[in-house]
Design a protein around this ligand. Structure first.
Ligand SMILES: O=C(O)/C(S)=C/c1c[nH]c2cc(Br)ccc12
Ligand SMILES: [Ca+2]
Length: 156
């Protein structure tokens, strides 16, 4: 039994209906396609139950972090809180990457909404996992030709 992007969208948006405090318009199909791509470890184009369970548990832990920082329950967190949320989730980035995340995921008020927050974390998780899969000797350096690079970055 495998889950497609539109099925994942239905599942996640039905869950969101039970969490009105997250004040989100829901996950766009494109965001769910990205989640599938980043969690689709066997390249099937869908996620199986193990891959879904991994995604689900990650979203569950990440929404706890989001709620921790969304102290006024506005349904958004600001770019400064996002830095701490990223660190709390165990992602070690640099200032340039924090700025890139704000540029890519924040709204016009420089705040990050829940669905964007989750999409950002899914992408961070997926890209770190993909890098470590290539980094066979664990030296923090990988060597990719352009097609390998495109395979990694286009299906994300
Ligand atoms: O509020 C809670 O205790 C839980 S278990 C929340 C969630 C657990 N999984 C989630 C997925 C989405 Br999408 C949104 C909220 C949650
Ligand atoms: Ca799969």
């Amino acid at each position: 039994m495998e889950i497609s992007a539109d099925e994942l969208q239905n599942v996640l948006n039905n869950v969101l209906k039970k969490h009105q405090d997250l004040k989100t318009k829901g996950f766009a199909l494109e965001s769910c396609r990205s989640m599938i791509a980043l969690m689709d470890t066997d390249g099937s184009g869908k996620i199986n139950l193990d891959e879904f369970r991994h995604l689900w548990n990650k979203i569950k832990s990440w929404q706890t972090i989001f709620r921790h920082y969304d102290t006024d329950q506005s349904g958004t967190i600001n770019s400064y809180e996002m830095r701490n949320a990223v660190k709390d989730a165990g992602f070690h980035l640099n200032n340039q990457l924090y700025d890139i995340i704000t540029m890519r995921y924040a709204d016009r008020n420089m705040n990050i909404q829940f669905d964007s927050f989750i999409c950002c974390f899914v992408r961070l998780e997926g890209m770190f996992r993909a890098f470590h899969a290539f980094d066979k000797d664990g030296d923090g350096i990988i060597k990719l030709n352009v097609l390998e690079w495109l395979q990694l970055t286009m299906y994300a």
